[in-house]
Design a protein around this ligand. Structure first.
Ligand code: SUG
Length: 446
C-alpha cells in the first residue's frame, strides 16, 4: 500500500504581526513591535506549500484561527460591543490585545502531536492538540485546533482525537515540534522520540538559567499513553538546557528527522550518546543515520539565527537521497552555508538543499519546519481525509487571490487598536469558510 507523509502547513492569518510575545524566542523579542507585512507573509507561506507540491509531494493546509479572539477578552472581564472592547483593551492592556490578535496558529508544528496508525495499539491515527500552556497567546489555540482537526480527519474508524492535556505548567505541551519518529517507511511501525525540557514532578538536576522550558516530561509521557504506543518503541530525551537558553525554545530549532535519518546539532540533547544508542536498539537491526553537526562547524548562535535545523527533511518521489528545505537565512549565514556545501559531499542520506523565503514568519521565530505539521498516512487514511484540505493548483490560486483581496500590506502595533482591522479579518475568514465548504465554523459566525 502507498504511504505518505503529508505536510499540513498553516495558512498565515490576516492579523500577522510582531507582538514580541514569546520570551525565550530570540526572533520574536528582537523584532517586537516592528511593522509586519501580512499579505507578503501569507503569500510566502503559500509559495512554500506550492513549491513542495511541485516537488511531487502531497500538501495539506490548516486554517488560521479567529483573531482577534474577542471571546478571550470577554472572559477576562471586558464587555460591550466588539468596537468598545478593542478600544478598552488597547487603552488599558495593549499586551492582551496583541495576544488576542496573534496569528501564531500558523506554526502548525505546535498544533498537536500525531501518531500514525502503525504505531498505535488500536491501529488508528491519534491526534492530541497541544495545550501550549507556556505562552498566553498560544494557550488559546487548542480548542479551535481540535475542532479543525476533527473536521479534516473526520472518520472514527481511522482517526482518534483527544483533548489537549490539562492546562498549567505541569503538563506544558508544545506538540510535534518536540516529537520525532523513525521508521523504514511512513506506514511501518516506528520508534517515537519525545523530547522534553524539564521534569514537572521531580527535581531537575539540569535546568535552564534564562529562558522557560516549555515541554515537560510528564506531558510527553501522557501523550504516549493516550496514543497507545508500544513502550518498547519509545525514547524520551531531555533537550540541553544550554541550548534552550541559547534560543532553541523547541527541539525543532536544533534537530529534524525523516524516516531513518536524524539531523541534529551535537549540543541538542543532555546525553546524545545514550539517546542515539537507545534509538538504535529500539529501531532494530536496520541502521539509523545520525548526521550530527559539531559546534566547531556551526555555533549555537548560527544554528539559532539561521534556523538550519528548522528545515523540512524530505524524501522526494523517485529521487536518490533526501532533500533539506531550508530558510533563506541559512544560505546567508556563511558558516551554515559552508557546512551545507560540505554536507552534500559526505556519505549521508542528505543529498540536496533548497532554500525558501519565509522571512515574515522567520522574524517571529517560525521557519519552514514550524510552519508544517507532518501526518503519516496510508492510502486508505489519505482517502478518508477531507480532500478540501489537500491542495491542488486551483486551490492554491484561489487562496492567493483571497489573500490579495483581503489582507493588509502592513500592520503596525497601533493598527491593532483599529476596530476596522478586526472587521476585515472576520470578513476574510468568513470567505475562507466558503472556500473550504465549512459552513459556520468560527465563533463569530454563530
Ligand atoms: O511559539 N512565535 C512562536 C514561534 C513558534 C515556532 N514553532 C516551532 N519552533 N515549531 C512561539 O514562540 C511570536 C509571536 C509574537 O511575538 O508576535 C510567536 O508566538
Amino acid at each position: 500500500m502507498n504511504s505518505y507523509e503529508v505536510n499540513f502547513d498553516g495558512l498565515i492569518g490576516p492579523t500577522h504581526n510582531y507582538g514580541g510575545l514569546s520570551h525565550g524566542n530570540v526572533a520574536s523579542k528582537s523584532n517586537a513591535l516592528k511593522i509586519s507585512q501580512p499579505k507578503q507573509a501569507a503569500l510566502q507561506g503559500l509559495d512554500k506549500m506550492q513549491s513542495n507540491r511541485l516537488l511531487g509531494l502531497q500538501q495539506g493546509i490548516l486554517l488560521p484561527q479567529q483573531r482577534p479572539h474577542l471571546p478571550t477578552l470577554r472572559s477576562l472581564g471586558f464587555s460591550g460591543s466588539d468596537k468598545r472592547i478593542i478600544e478598552q483593551v488597547s487603552n488599558s492592556a495593549p499586551e492582551l490585545l496583541a495576544s488576542c490578535y496573534s496569528a501564531s496558529s500558523m506554526w502548525t508544528a505546535n498544533a498537536c502531536t500525531v501518531s500514525p496508525s502503525a504505531d498505535s495499539a488500536d491501529g488508528k491515527l491519534h491526534f492530541t492538540p497541544a495545550n501550549l500552556s507556556s505562552m498566553f497567546h498560544r494557550s488559546i489555540e487548542h480548542r479551535f485546533t481540535g475542532k479543525l482537526l476533527r473536521s479534516i480527519f473526520d472518520n472514527d474508524q481511522h482517526f482518534q482525537h483527544h483533548d489537549a492535556l490539562p492546562m498549567g505548567s505541569h503538563f506544558g505541551d508544545e506538540g510535534a515540534a518536540n516529537h520525532n519518529r523513525f521508521a523504514p517507511s511512513y506506514t511501518e511501525q516506528g520508534v517515537q522520540l519525545f523530547v522534553f525540557g524539564r521534569y514537572a514532578f521531580r527535581e531537575n538536576k539540569l535546568a535552564t538559567a534564562k529562558f522557560p522550558s516549555r515541554q515537560t516530561y510528564e506531558a510527553s509521557l501522557a501523550i504516549s499513553r493516550l496514543h497507545q504506543l508500544d513502550q518498547s518503541k519509545l525514547v524520551f530525551a531531555q533537550q540541553n538546557p544550554k541550548i534552550i537558553d541559547a534560543g532553541a525554545f523547541h527541539n525543532d530549532v536544533v534537530s529534524v528527522s525523516n524516516l531513518n535519518t536524524f539531523f541534529m546539532h551535537e549540543e541538542a540533547f543532555v546525553d546524545s550518546q545514550a539517546m542515539k544508542a537507545e534509538l538504535q536498539e529500539k529501531y532494530g537491526e536496520q541502521e539509523l543515520h545520525f548526521v550530527e553537526v559539531p559546534t566547531d562547524m556551526v555555533s549555537l548562535e548560527s544554528a539559532v539565527k539561521s534556523y538550519l535545523f528548522n528545515s523540512q527533511l524530505l524524501q522526494l518521489p523517485n529521487q536518490e537521497g533526501m532533500t533539506l528545505v531550508l530558510p533563506e537565512e541559512s544560505r546567508e549565514n556563511q558558516e551554515v552555508f559552508n557546512y551545507l556545501e560540505w554536507l552534500k559531499t559526505q556519505n549521508t542520506p542528505i543529498k540536496h538543499v533548497i532554500f525558501v523565503d519565509v522571512r515574515q514568519s522567520m522574524q517571529n521565530g517560525g521557519g519552514p519546519a514550524c510552519l508544517r505539521l507532518r501526518v503519516a498516512l496510508n492510502q486508505v487514511e489519505l482517502d478518508a481525509t477531507n480532500q478540501e484540505f489537500i491542495l491542488d493548483d486551483s486551490k492554491v490560486a484561489e487562496l492567493k487571490h483571497w489573500v490579495e483581496r483581503h489582507y493588509r500590506d502592513q500592520i503596525s502595533p497601533e493598527d491593532l487598536a483599529d476596530p476596522l482591522l478586526a472587521q476585515e479579518s472576520f470578513e476574510a475568514l468568513d470567505q475562507l469558510t466558503q472556500i473550504f465548504k465549512l459552513g459556520s465554523f468560527y465563533e463569530f459566525q454563530s
